[in-house]
Design a protein around this ligand. Structure first.
Ligand SMILES: *[C@@H]1O[C@H](CO)[C@@H](O)[C@H](O)[C@H]1NC(C)=O
Ligand SMILES: *[C@@H]1O[C@H](CO)[C@@H](O)[C@H](O)[C@H]1NC(C)=O
Ligand SMILES: *[C@@H]1O[C@H](CO)[C@@H](O)[C@H](O)[C@H]1NC(C)=O
Ligand SMILES: *[C@@H]1O[C@H](CO)[C@@H](O)[C@H](O)[C@H]1NC(C)=O
Ligand SMILES: *[C@@H]1O[C@H](CO)[C@@H](O)[C@H](O)[C@H]1NC(C)=O
Ligand SMILES: [Fe+2]
Length: 473
């Protein structure tokens, strides 16, 4: 018989009342355990047709499309620029220059194609531009010699404990009308995100016949309006696996690996799916739910060596991204993250990780600071307990993909769950200094400035007080 890992709620949960508003629920609570009563119109998520504006091709023969950037090194002084040309390979060159500077520099990338069943990709280019100055606006150009297109980005401030920095958090995005609403709300949020922590499941191409890879192309065109201008930090989800032996495709992650690069070598990782970066005041560790993580595996060994390297005097904020949540009280993907939790949770508590962001479940949930690491098969200590060294777990798989919302929740709400709601949205983590960050979740039905859930997060290393479990800004 399986041992139940989560128990029914015990005494410390204080159930509170919610004042129901028509547009938003005005939650007044101080000690957790809230299932939002927000009333949402029930609608299916519908894919945007391929002829939609968001998928339009850039003008001109062989013009570069699907432009996206990500961090290209460990410290934030390099950027990987990626794009696709359809008719011929064209140039691999990126020309880039500092704002207000005439001094143009050039870097050479590489190009590749791949086949997937009956699909052949365009020419996929990746080029890393290095030795950039911190906190500086750069313009860059791709499609050199044919129909060039110009974009820009800001480099992050030099890594350090008290540089403010603002991350957006998005997961499970897909390419429906809801996906577009989520991206629009992120873009128009008055608290401007400077980089996106993306927690996996990008295009959902694998939901189409034969994993129709043209949906990988259309997705990249859809998100270009953000990914060309700020780095998205990629986590792989199950929809990146694209393992389909029935159509002869047996190499997991094939399309993702060709299209999206990560700076994994800079953190001594051996695969692009788990790696770390420093960005401003934050140390981001990306894990792979769908790569081996048992003892003696490369990912296990890497994480064991990685966590002690984090210097909280340099990067106070330690954040983990992983697709499948370890704490999830929805009846979807229930306990799928459990085996990885058992392997890695003790290390995350020992190293005082501030926040773990996950996707996978198409809804929103935020936990209290709890751990569940006391169990040893015979002692019966298998319930999560409040733990001030533990991270907050946030599920934000509510980007708006075709599979729709996860609305079915386990009842009653477990003690460890501070807030949950089945609505599409995005989050912002606004790091102020080494002790404080303001975290907010924004549902798509609200105005751009409205926070539907928020908490002042206190840094586990510098200011390890237990936050009040929630409240509005
Ligand atoms: C997507 O959202 C943008 C606004 O950000 C809008 O201009 C565009 O028309 C939308 N496209 C679709 C297909 O909904
Ligand atoms: C990676 O390993 C090399 C050699 O062991 C070491 O010099 C370097 O500092 C490591 N880099 C990181 C980011 O840990
Ligand atoms: C940690 O970072 C601080 C600030 O950058 C630095 O002074 C210190 O030497 C670092 N500690 C270690 C062990 O590298
Ligand atoms: C919710 O999930 C539970 C557990 O899987 C299932 O027994 C129940 O029928 C579901 N409820 C609905 C309304 O789908
Ligand atoms: C850090 O930021 C918080 C929130 O803005 C503020 O209350 C606090 O005084 C700041 N700490 C320092 C040392 O500036
Ligand atoms: Fe998923």
């Amino acid at each position: 018989m399986a041992v139940p890992v989560f128990s029914p709620p015990s005494a410390f949960t204080v159930y509170v009342f919610v004042v129901l508003g028509l547009i938003l629920s005005q939650a007044v609570f101080c000690n957790g355990g809230l299932t939002s009563n927000f009333v949402r119109k029930v609608e299916n998520s519908v894919d945007m047709p391929l002829e939609s504006d968001v998928f339009s091709l850039p003008p001109g023969r062989n013009a570069p499309q699907q432009v996206h950037i990500t961090q290209g090194d460990h410290e934030g002084r390099a950027v990987i620029v990626s794009w696709v040309t359809m008719e011929d390979p064209g140039s691999n060159e990126v020309i880039y220059w500092k704002d207000k500077s005439e001094d143009k520099k050039s870097a050479q990338g590489s190009v590749s194609k791949y086949k997937y069943h009956d699909y052949t990709s365009g020419f996929i280019h990746h080029c890393t531009i290095k030795s950039l100055e911190h906190d500086t606006k750069y313009y860059y150009q791709v499609g050199i010699g044919q129909n060039p297109r110009t974009f820009w980005f800001m480099t992050p401030p030099k890594v350090g404990p008290d540089v403010p920095y603002t991350f957006g958090v998005i997961g499970d995005l897909g390419q429906t009308y809801d996906s577009n609403t989520t991206l629009t709300h992120y873009e128009r949020n008055p608290v401007k995100g400077q980089a996106v922590l993306f927690v996996g499941d990008l295009s959902y191409a694998d939901n189409y016949p034969n994993h129709d890879n043209t949906r990988w192309d259309s997705w990249a065109r859809f998100v270009e309006r953000s990914t060309a201008y700020q780095p998205w930090i990629w986590t792989t989800g199950n929809h990146e696996i694209d393992f389909a032996p029935e159509i002869g495709e047996t190499h997991p992650f094939k399309p993702f690996k060709h299209r999206y690069q990560t700076p994994y070598k800079a953190s001594n990782s051996t695969e692009p799916f788990w790696y770390s970066i420093k960005r401003g005041p934050a140390y981001i560790i990306v894990l792979s739910s769908y790569s081996a993580y048992g003892k003696y595996t490369p990912q296990h060994q890497w994480l064991e060596e990685e966590l002690p390297k984090v210097n909280r005097s340099e990067t106070p904020w330690l954040i983990v991204l992983v697709h499948s949540p370890w704490y999830n009280s929805y009846n979807y993907h229930y306990m799928e993250g459990e085996t990885m939790r058992v392997m890695f949770e003790p290390w995350l508590v020992q190293h005082k990780v501030d926040i773990v962001f996950s996707g996978h479940v198409h809804a929103y949930e935020r936990s209290k600071r709890v751990s569940n690491i006391g169990y040893n098969i015979i002692n019966g200590k298998c319930n999560p307990v409040e733990d001030k060294s533990a991270p907050i777990y946030i599920t934000i798989g509510d980007g708006g993909n075709i599979e729709g919302l996860a609305t079915n929740m386990t009842e009653p709400q477990p003690d460890y769950s501070a807030f949950r709601e089945a609505s599409f949205g995005h989050a912002i983590l606004d790091i102020k200094n080494r002790t404080h960050a303001f975290y907010s979740w924004h549902r798509n039905q609200d105005g751009y400035a409205v926070t539907a859930d928020s908490v002042w997060v206190c840094n586990r290393f510098w200011h390890p007080v237990v936050e009040s479990t929630g409240g509005r800004a």
